[in-house]
Design a protein around this ligand. Structure first.
Ligand code: AP5
Ligand code: MG
Length: 211
């Protein structure tokens, strides 16, 4: 498969979705966000969505098998490469991914718990196009409509303080071990997610376009 095969790691709110949108536009990659795919299943009231919703609302992980069944068939259309956002999230998922495809780069976007809570309590998302906003810096003039498409902005069900804390705990116990997993394979790059969005983007592009 030509193109870059990229994974974004990082705690909730680190900026994975924000940077993924910019990077896939710049490099022509397929963006695969398991969180976005799951929220779409929930919105369409599918059986998969019904099975996943409870865990998502509590900030727990959805079972590995359900995630793997959902994502496995999607790589075929990634002819120019892909960017995985929010997957893999457990060692079992990472091992299963190794059976599906090789990877070129894993980028871990790092952010402190305090900044995660601050960013996620003030996040808003466009229901129509998925654009990501924050009340503190990039809302459109009236603060209720998407600046890109005019769609309604909403707050995710899992962006409540208690759930955010649990998501961070789950990240530390289940997903952070993937940092060592990918470092061992020589694929890991770390980026300081505390920087402004443009600086984080520039650093990720430097990593992904290096020979
Ligand atoms: P998912 O949707 O993947 O959520 P997450 O990992 O918790 O990450 P977020 O989407 O909350 O944050 P983000 O890093 O994308 O940050 P964003 O760019 O929006 O998963 C949701 C749930 O689905 C999970 O809890 C689980 O239940 C389930 N799930 C999904 N995948 C799974 C899997 N593989 N296995 C099992 N279960 C799974 O930015 C956040 C905010 O910060 C925004 O307001 C943004 O404007 C702002 N911001 C971004 N960058 C900057 C910056 N540099 N400076 C200042 N503000 C910034
Ligand atoms: Mg996201």
């Amino acid at each position: 498969m030509p193109g870059r095969r990229v994974v974004f790691l990082g705690p909730p709110g680190a900026g994975k979705g924000t940077q993924a949108k910019r990077v896939v536009d710049a490099l022509g990659l397929l963006h695969l966000s398991t969180g976005d795919l799951l929220r779409d299943e929930v919105a369409r009231k599918t059986a998969l969505g019904a099975e996943a919703k409870g865990a998502m609302d509590r900030g727990e992980l959805v079972p590995d098998k359900l995630i793997l069944d959902m994502i496995r068939g999607r790589f075929a259309s990634a002819t120019k490469g892909f960017l995985l956002d929010g997957f893999p999230r457990t060692v079992a998922q990472a091992e299963a991914l190794e059976e599906i495809t090789e990877l070129d780069e894993v980028v871990s976007i790092d952010l402190s718990r305090e900044e995660v809570v601050r960013r996620l309590t003030s996040r808003r998302v466009c229901r129509a196009c998925g654009a990501i906003y924050n009340l503190t810096f990039n809302l459109s003039a009236d603060g209720a409509k998407c600046a890109a498409c005019g769609g309604e902005l909403y707050q995710r069900d899992d962006d409540r303080p208690a759930v955010i804390e649990n998501r961070f705990d789950v990240y530390e116990s289940s997903t952070a071990p993937l940092i060592a997993f990918y470092r061992k394979r020589g694929l890991l790059h770390s980026v300081n997610g505390e920087l402004g969005s443009d600086k984080v983007f520039a650093e990720i592009m430097r990593i992904l376009t290096a020979a």
